[in-house]
Design a protein around this ligand. Structure first.
Ligand code: DON
Length: 568
């Protein structure tokens, strides 16, 4: 087991900042890298190496993005995979444009708004979290294929090869995968393919370090390498996916797969402290709320208050809380319901919100009852890449919960997502992450469930400045916002910006969550006196960030995780 060491760090000699130290035996060099040419930060060692090797072979940043996406699908099968979906933000130095691509899963055509409710209208959380009804139409392969067709340079089949090799040759079972297997073995052990791939004959989890080989997945990836996206959306792989779902009376059809389309979106953006922030628009809530939090805080002089000071933490928590009220009220798939993006990000509205924040008291603390989260996990994945020309990508990808729905398409190695849980089962209901859903996020055929994934790119004078993102459900939004605050507002070095203590407040439950290594005890006491319901809790984020400074790249992979920052 990895024991986390905590230490206290001094930044700028004026304010003490608590940061989490790297996991034992691994050391800071694994998580922090500096390089002149290219940089990759991801949650998987093999993935960071594979993405960099694609660039070394003459590939461009989109080739590296495709390699990283397929390889991380193999290396973190509990978090992401070709049975899921995701988002990409891409800064292209040639046209100085930031592109946003949405390859999020969509609800099957036969889905209905009451499909998860009992006859008397009660929600059934497990139905959207485990098994065939949890499965939405996967979008990852279509996204990667279409983005590569438009921007890639190396042949498609060459850039998938590292993922095929990793699936076939295997890798040693590591801690987070081991924990996820322990948690989901009750589902995986009843599926013959999942059992033979990930578990021992008696259904128990193999020892750490055991080789994890995914031969069927290697074969599926080989087909995709040869035939492109139709190898996934038509033919025998599609048949196997539909059979896995329909044999248990689920609703995914061949037509759902055949009709899946990736979408290009306009990123949300805002000026912030001389920089320009670009992030994922709806159907993600992430970008809007990262920007809202930062813009609500901009008029306050947080820097003078000091990082991790009572005043700065109090204001940050209140801004988070306020942003999450909007998430529950307005956000959803913009192709189905009007999402007032412009209004939510207008200076007038943000000024109003900023003024609403009580500088001394917690917001609404006494009018809301804490509601416990049903489950916490650190799945989903994020990686960031930058190249020698200044191009950057930030991509967050997921099958949602650990091992998604737990449904495997026999013979293909594909683990199907449980993204249907990101819809609201009914107005006001909470999902796996405690997120409250509104009318705009009810299930509808072909609709994309609301996401919190926040791949973010920051530029300065149209030049690259930063790329970042994280897994961990609703906490993604607050973890990304805090990393930007630490780096830009508080001028912390990138490593400390990522490793610093984080807080999370998402309106409901009305809790101010503080993660190890925590804040100083007098700050916590003062926050409680202001009405914050302080709890200590693991937040599960794993920030993967890259920053341009001193004419080179700094890359940081969150020291809370098992990733790797690697440059050349
Ligand atoms: O799109 C979303 O917001 C979620 N499906 C992300 C899930 C996630 O980050 C899981 N990690 N804990």
């Amino acid at each position: 087991m990895l024991a986390m060491l905590f230490l206290t760090f001094f930044v700028g000699c004026t304010h003490r900042v608590n940061i989490v130290a790297p996991a034992e035996n691994m050391g800071r060099p694994k998580y922090e890298a500096f390089a002149k040419n290219s940089m990759v930060t991801s949650q998987g060692e093999a993935t960071s190496r594979a993405a960099l090797s694609t660039i070394a072979k003459g590939g461009n940043i989109i080739d590296a993005f495709v390699t990283a996406s397929f390889t991380i699908s193999v290396e973190r099968p509990h978090s992401t995979g070709i049975g899921g979906g995701g988002f990409l933000l891409y800064f292209n130095t040639v046209d100085k444009k930031v592109y946003a691509f949405d390859f999020r899963e969509i609800a099957p055509v036969l889905a209905t708004s009451d499909m998860f409710l009992t006859e008397d209208g009660k929600t059934q959380p497990l139905l959207s979290q485990e098994g065939v009804f949890a499965v939405a139409t996967p979008g990852l392969v279509a996204g990667l294929y279409d983005i590569h067709r438009r921007f890639g340079k190396l042949p498609w089949k060459d850039i998938i090869q590292p993922a095929i090799d990793l699936a076939r040759n295997g890798f040693p079972l590591y801690e987070q995968l081991y924990i996820a297997l322990q948690d989901r073995k009750h589902i995986l052990s009843v599926d013959p393919e999942a059992k033979s791939t990930f578990l021992l004959n008696d259904g128990s989890v193999p020892k750490m370090g055991t080789l994890v080989v995914q031969e069927n997945l290697a074969k599926t990836l080989e087909l995709i390498a040869l035939q492109g996206k139709q190898a996934f959306y038509k033919g025998k792989v599609a048949d196997a996916i539909v059979k896995a779902v329909r044999s248990k009376r689920g609703i995914l059809t061949l037509k759902d797969l055949r009709d899946y389309r990736m979408k290009e979106r306009l990123p949300v953006s805002a000026a912030y402290k001389g920089l320009k922030i670009f992030s994922m628009p709806p159907p993600s809530s992430g970008g809007i709320h990262v920007i809202q939090i930062l813009k609500m805080l901009e008029p306050h002089n947080l820097k003078a208050m000091g990082p991790q000071s009572t005043d700065a933490v109090h204001l940050t928590a209140n801004s988070m809380q306020r942003a999450f009220v909007d998430r529950a009220t307005y956000l959803g798939d913009p192709d189905f319901n009007h999402v007032p993006v412009k209004e939510l990000l207008s200076s007038k509205y943000l000024e109003k919100l900023s003024k609403e924040i009580d500088t001394k008291k917690a917001l609404r603390a006494d009018t809301l009852k804490p509601i416990a989260l049903p489950y916490e996990s650190s799945d989903t994945t994020h990686f960031s890449i930058a190249d020698k020309d200044g191009n950057m990508v930030a991509s967050t990808q997921t099958i949602n919960g650990w091992f998604g729905s737990g449904v495997i398409a026999q013979g293909t190695g594909i683990i199907l997502n449980n993204e249907m849980d990101d819809f609201a089962q009914k107005v006001g209901a909470q999902n796996l992450f405690g997120a409250v859903g509104g009318n705009n996020n009810l299930v509808e055929p072909k609709k994309r469930p609301l996401s919190s994934m926040s791949p973010t790119i920051i530029t300065k004078d149209e030049k690259p400045f930063m790329a970042l993102g994280s897994p961990s459900g609703t906490r993604i939004i607050t973890c990304v916002a805090q990393t930007i605050l630490n780096s830009v507002e508080f001028d912390m070095p990138l490593y400390e910006s990522v490793a610093a203590t984080r807080i999370h407040q998402q309106w409901q439950p009305d809790l101010l969550k503080i993660e190890a290594p925590y804040l100083s005890s007098h700050v916590e006491k003062a926050l409680k006196e202001r009405g914050h319901n302080v709890v200590h809790e693991k937040l599960g984020c794993s920030i993967q960030a890259i920053k341009r400074e001193n004419n080179q790249w700094t890359g940081v992979s969150d020291p809370r995780g098992e990733g790797l920052a690697l440059g050349n």
